[in-house]
Design a binder for this molecule. Structure first.
Ligand SMILES: [Zn+2]
Ligand SMILES: [Zn+2]
Ligand SMILES: [Zn+2]
Ligand SMILES: [Zn+2]
Ligand SMILES: [Zn+2]
Length: 732
């Protein structure tokens, strides 16, 4: 329906209030004989002046005409846009732009209900008691020092309240800058009227409802269904999705009538003690918070009472609002936990050399440190299991990938089988998720960013099967069967995304949706997923050899094509540039389609920053180790190493080749070094680690490179260097 220009003028409200306040009943903003129109099915009627009522005489003739009194008998109130209606006043009281309004000067004879306390009400107030009638006047009430309440339309307190709430609803300031911006953008959807009885599907984790057709409704048949009207009244978030609720997935154009539910003193949550010593209160399920058994459940009131710990509420939790279930702490405590690391007495960590193998004792300590890392099962076990799946869907797998990457590199650098076992813990968990909830897993894996949840499955299967091929005596049947089960789960999860010939992209020859995703997703976000596919591909090839079959070849061929096309597109969006000294450099824009141009073979503008570039390279490493021929061969890795090395001696936050830097140095973010994620490129160019540390003093350098992560990455660079000599090498 096309919105009509607004016929209502604010002054009319006060006229209506005045009239209403002089009438004997509480809810009589409009005379009972007012003509109203009803469409025969909705829960609301409209008066002639309502902008929601059709202009078209033919349409109007189809509607049922009656008096307001008749409509009241049928329990059909005029809608919230009908000027002068009760719902309209209520709506205005909640949302109108208070800045342009002043408190009304109520005539002393205005009829009010006043029980002798601090506050009274005019007849149009929604707090006017149902069972009471006006019993006093504004003059008498104020003479006794009482005021009209903050919901009495036009009262002093009401105007003040509106000023506060309209600021809030205008810029959503309490939701932070990004949160406010996202929510303000929703108002660009033209307002749309929904039948209040529209089905609203309730999430299990967050207090959110969705439309029946919303793609974010998981396990629909298990969901509670309420009406849109009830959802609005109870304060559910309507059509919100994503970690912080910044994406609008459904109910586009719906404007809520009631405020969103907020936390109160009794809201249950969990607390964590921050490094600063402060107490931070979260809702279980917050993406900024991986629940551990040591976190203490507390209500918000209890947490805020711990004033000696300077308590505060997580801003992401404020933005997202209340959850609906609690963590099953018993189940959480049953999950496998990593052993604790105790540094040996008298041991002081020291930097590893890029080319000399550390002592066995040092390597053993590194292994112990690695084994102490958590397995990175991201979603918590909630009392309502559906909530765990919803949390899983909302999670971005950047964080676990960090620990899985650590396990992977540590295994390559040491060959310690317990580390491989650490990878399998999360792999089993996510395999079971794929098998028990295939729809959910497939939805998560519909783009390369989401596919990264299968990282530990792919990588552990690859390591196990590579070992089984080369050293059959080191791997037992059960381990092979388990690796096969990981791969089976990956294949069935990727089926709707990577297989099928119905809708192939004409250029890439892979499913169109995936091809389009390759072209628009920020590279750093996609590459861990691409690396996961590459690892799964290599593992499937190993499995074919180990169990002597060729049944998996169709999947292998498709996955290979996906990885190859990804790299082809990435390299064409980016730039492989050979400088006068004969060295080639690789750099690329943060995202495809940005503000870039080409000049004599150089890419100018948009170059990715060091941090994101380094994240992209973690995925590249997997492709290099699994399927180098698909785009991450030695030559390419060397071009990356050259670019990283060059950048480390500049002050530029973005990585480019020297010629591009000469024309226009870029800093998408501020320059920062060292980044130990780059240390592995020491294998492709001597001096990369030294370059990363070139801005540090000698003592700073020792301190940074003594850290666990630097030692691991340095040793891993040794593995990669040895791998170049011996392509069959499984670990150092
Ligand atoms: Zn109306
Ligand atoms: Zn009131
Ligand atoms: Zn939705
Ligand atoms: Zn209402
Ligand atoms: Zn939080």
């Amino acid at each position: 329906m096309k919105p009509k220009p607004r016929k209502f003028i604010p002054g009319l409200l006060f006229w209506a209030v005045l009239v209403a306040s002089n009438l004997p009943t509480a809810h009589a903003g409009l005379p009972d004989d007012t003509t109203v129109y009803w469409n025969g099915s909705g829960k609301r009627v409209h008066i002639e002046k309502c902008r929601r009522l059709t202009d078209d005489p033919a349409e109007l003739a189809k509607l049922t005409k009656m008096t307001l009194a008749e409509a009241k008998v049928k329990e059909l109130p005029p809608c919230s846009r009908c000027p002068g209606s009760e719902l309209n006043e209520e709506r205005l009281a909640e949302t109108s732009d208070a800045a342009s309004q002043k408190a009304k000067a109520f005539p002393p004879e205005t009829k009010v209900y006043w029980d002798g306390g601090k506050r009274g009400h005019i007849a149009s107030c929604r707090r006017f008691p149902e069972d009471k009638e006006v019993n006093s006047t504004y003059g008498k009430m104020t003479a006794a020092g009482a005021m009209l309440c903050s919901r009495c339309p036009g009262s002093q307190l009401n105007v003040e309240r509106k000023a506060r709430s309209s600021n809030k609803s205008k810029d959503y300031g309490k939701y932070g800058r990004k949160g406010a911006k996202a929510r303000a953008a929703w108002l660009n959807y033209p307002e749309k009227e929904y039948d209040p009885k529209t089905k609203a599907y309730c999430d299990a984790l967050w207090m959110r409802v969705h439309e029946e057709s919303c793609p974010m409704v998981l396990l629909k048949d298990k969901k509670r269904v309420i009406t849109l009207e009830q959802a609005d009244k109870e304060g559910w978030r309507i059509g919100e999705t994503g970690q912080s609720g910044r994406e609008r997935c459904c109910f586009h154009g719906y404007r809520r009538n009631h405020p969103e539910k907020e936390f109160n003193q009794d809201t249950p949550g969990l607390t964590q003690i921050m490094k600063s010593g402060r107490l931070k209160w979260h809702q279980a399920g917050c993406h900024r918070f991986i629940i551990k058994p040591e976190h203490v459940p507390m209500t918000m009131g209890e947490a805020m009472a711990k004033t000696d710990m300077n308590p505060y509420v997580c801003v992401h939790c404020i933005e997202r609002g209340p959850n609906l279930t609690t963590v099953d702490l018993k189940k959480l405590r049953q999950r496998p936990t990593a052993p604790e690391f105790t540094p040996p007495a008298g041991w002081t960590p020291e930097p590893f050399s890029p080319d000399k193998r550390p002592s066995e004792k040092e390597i053993d300590i590194l292994i112990q440190e690695t084994l102490a890392r958590d397995y990175s099962i991201l979603e918590a076990p909630f009392e309502n299991p559906l909530a765990s799946l919803e949390e899983f869907m909302g999670m971005r797998f950047f964080f676990p990938v960090d620990n899985w990457l650590t396990f992977y590199q540590a295994y390559r650098a040491t060959g310690d089988k317990r580390i491989l076992e650490s990878l399998r813990v999360s792999a089993r968990h996510y395999r079971d998720l794929c098998n028990n909830y295939p729809d959910v897993a497939q939805l998560k894996a519909r783009d390369p960013e989401g596919m990264a949840f299968m990282y530990s499955m792919a990588v552990s299967a690859r390591l196990t099967l590579k070992l089984a091929r080369k050293h059959p005596e080191q791997v037992n049947e059960q381990e092979i069967a388990e690796a096969a089960s990981f791969l089976k789960a990956i294949v069935s999860t990727l089926k709707p995304v990577c297989e099928g010939d119905d809708n192939l992209d004409s250029e890439m020859g892979i499913p169109k949706e995936l091809a389009d995703d390759f072209r628009r997703r920020a590279f750093n976000r996609a590459l861990n997923g691409i690396g996961t596919i590459a690892m799964a591909t290599a593992a499937l090839e190993d499995l074919q050899v180990v169990v002597k079959t060729s049944a998996l070849q169709p999947q292998i061929d498709r996955y290979r094509k996906c990885v190859r096309e990804y790299f082809k597109n990435w390299k064409s969006e980016g730039c492989l540039y050979t400088e006068a000294d004969g060295k080639t450099y690789f750099y690329y824009p943060y995202i495809a389609g940005g503000d870039t141009k080409r000049q004599n073979g150089l890419l100018l503008g948009g170059a990715d920053d060091q941090g994101h570039y380094s994240h992209s390279m973690q995925g590249v490493m997997l492709v290099h180790d699994a399927t180098p021929e698909l785009g991450a061969d030695d030559e390419f890795m060397t071009a990356v190493a050259n670019a990283v090395y060059h950048n480390s001696y500049t002050k530029n936050g973005s990585i480019q080749c020297p010629s591009a830097d000469k024309i226009q140095p870029l800093s998408r973010k501020k320059f920062g070094a060292p980044i130990d994620r780059f240390y592995m490129f020491e294998a492709f160019r001597d001096g990369v680690i030294e370059g990363q540390c070139s801005k540090l003093s000698p003592s700073e350098k020792v301190s940074v490179n003594s850290e666990y992560s630097s030692r691991l990455k340095t040793l891993h660079a040794q593995y990669l260097k040895a791998l170049r000599e011996n392509p069959g090498l499984i670990h150092l």
